[in-house]
Design a protein. Sequence first.
Length: 136
Amino acid sequence: MPPNRPRRLLDRIGAFGSLLCAVHCALLPLAIAILPSLGVASWLGAEFEEAFVIFATGLGLFSTLSGYRRHHALQALSLVLPGLLVLWIGVLYRPLHESVIPHAIAMTFGGTLVGLGHLANLRLNHGHVHDATCVH
């Protein structure tokens, strides 16, 4: 049976988005200095960040929980869940959210964990073979 393409696509989107988020967060201190002069600072505000964390949470949980039901390996979830926790702390914990460098570090770390979790889930789903020994 071929791998489920929608699941693979979700993991690829999740990995790309999470790693893009990590790059965004790593570059945020530089962006804060440059973007006001370009007039696009509002694009990267708190609302965008909160919306992205909500989206990452939904996609990450759906994708990795679906994958877990398929492959029964905890590697992807063990990366995604702590990553999401760090992202939510970075968004909701005001002292961290208001400190530019620590916030950027936390969000970069969380986004990287979520992205790596999606890549692990993609690998685990792709490596799962349905044959006579498969119990699923």
